[in-house]
Design a protein around this ligand. Structure first.
Ligand code: ATP
Length: 431
């Protein structure tokens, strides 16, 4: 597998990921997705949304606001509980999370550490024109609460019976103390979260179901079996709301680390919100004719971590006739660009014209690119590095035989295809 610096350098060079506000010296652990990165990220989110919402009939979608009533975060336990314990080194002044330290001395210089202080990870801002405590609001540190406070709205509007789920993708913010490892731990990131509401006595069955389902999802979109594993949380590791939790871990270049967590949140959130808001968030169960508070299974994944995992997993270097070739072997549903149209002779107007027509014909349903800014060898290399599935070259012969050459990213096999059958051919390959 590639080391992280190779991935980060490819990301910058080819337009996947840039540091935020780079020309001002960057903003720490905040990242921007470039022209190729935004396609990959959208494809990851679409793949998740399709398998969660479109391919099933027990899940509804939601897009809640980032800003929420501040009471939400008191009730959820985040104001008091969403804290890391911090220590500083008295000598080198570096800061560490206590749960990540292996000894009582500074891991950088061996110096003495200060006593631990609690540090809340939520970002605060002010709503309205006066910057006073009463007007403080938070940038949400997880998307889940937007689902819990809308539980009643969604279940009534969509006439749902248990079990059913609500899926959401959106931004979350955490003022992380220890960062690094590229986008792995960012201060602004996106989550893909499902809250699956079940009868209390069925929650364990559904917990097992979702652990397996989510694990399979990563395999389905190409993550290699040897790079992914499950890890059960020990009791002392569990979040304040969770009864049990499994992490899906990926073999990142720096360590095995969490890609997604699946937690049994029990009825903690609905009960708490019910109690504090005074609104009944129970559910009348038609089957048992009883009012119950559903239990919740939560698969919670990070979009940015998934993107980083798919990138590193797909990265490979090959030698082809003594030349090095870097390929991103991304799954066809995730590949940012499905096809690239490359005219072999950019100073022959008929060839360029034909290539442009083909490009126009293909674009629209998926992302296609057109490039005539280098020699064919370099154009292929560029497309391989961003994982483009098919390269279509137009040459002088194309003018007479009305055919083009289609090159497959992985096998590098080339096929001559009639232009009038090309769209069908590419459509069939990528669907
Ligand atoms: P960690 O232990 O790595 O801090 P966590 O257990 O706090 O993560 P959760 O609160 O379970 O994370 O969040 C669910 C998912 O959201 C994680 O599995 C991860 O994919 C993503 N996520 C959480 N924090 C970050 C972050 N700072 N940057 C990028 N993704 C994140």
């Amino acid at each position: 597998m590639a080391d992280l610096s190779k991935i980060a350098s490819l990301c910058k060079r080819r337009g996947f990921i840039f540091q935020s506000s780079e020309i001002y010296g960057s903003l720490g652990s905040v990242w921007d997705y470039g022209p190729i990165g935004v396609e990959l990220k959208n494809n990851v989110k679409n793949a998740w949304w399709k398998s969660m919402v479109y391919e099933r009939d027990d899940i509804e979608g939601l897009d809640a606001a980032i800003l929420m009533h501040p009471e939400v975060w008191k009730t959820s336990g985040h104001v008091t509980g969403f804290k890391d314990l911090l220590v500083d080194c008295k000598d080198c002044k570096k800061r560490f999370r206590i749960d990540q330290l292996k000894s009582k001395k500074c891991p950088e210089c061996g110096g003495e550490l200060t006593d631990a202080r609690a540090f809340n990870l939520m970002f605060k801002t002010f709503m309205g024109s006066v910057e006073q405590e009463a007007d403080e609001v938070y940038l949400r540190p997880e998307t889940a609460q937007g689902i819990f406070v809308n539980f009643k709205n969604v279940s009534i509007a969509s006439r749902r019976k248990l079990p059913f789920g609500v899926a959401q993708i959106g931004k979350a913010f955490r003022n992380e103390i220890t960062t690094g490892n590229f986008t792995f731990r960012s201060r602004e990131f996106e989550q893909m979260e499902l809250e699956y509401f079940t009868r209390p006595d069925e929650s364990e069955k559904w917990f097992k179901y979702w652990v397996d389902e989510r694990f399979q999802w990563y395999l389905r979109f190409g993550i290699k079996k040897e790079n992914i594993r499950l890890r059960e949380h020990a009791k002392e590791e569990l979040a304040h709301y969770a009864k049990c939790c499994y992490d899906i871990e990926f073999n990142f270049p720096f360590a095995w680390a969490e890609l997604e967590g699946i937690a049994n949140r029990t009825d903690f959130d609905l009960k708490q919100h019910s109690k504090v808001s005074g609104k009944d968030l129970g559910f009348f169960d038609e089957e048992t004719k009883k009012e119950i508070v559903p239990h919740v299974i939560e698969p919670s994944g990070g979009v940015d971590r998934a993107v980083l995992a798919f990138l590193t997993d797909a990265y490979r270097e090959e030698t082809v006739r003594k030349d090095k070739r870097v390929v991103l072997g991304l799954h066809k549903a995730l590949a940012p660009i499905k096809a690239a149209v490359l005219p072999l002779l950019k100073n022959r107007p008929e060839v360029v014209g034909m290539a442009r027509e083909i490009y126009k014909d293909l674009r629209g349903s998926y992302k296609v690119s057109y490039d005539d800014t280098a020699s064919i060898g370099r154009l292929y290399r560029r497309q391989d590095e961003i994982g483009t599935l098919y390269c279509i070259t137009v040459d002088v012969e194309s003018l007479t035989d009305k055919k083009v050459t289609v090159r497959d990213r992985d096998t590098m096999k080339q096929e001559r295809i009639s232009i009038d059958k090309l769209k069908q051919y590419i459509d069939n390959k990528i669907k």
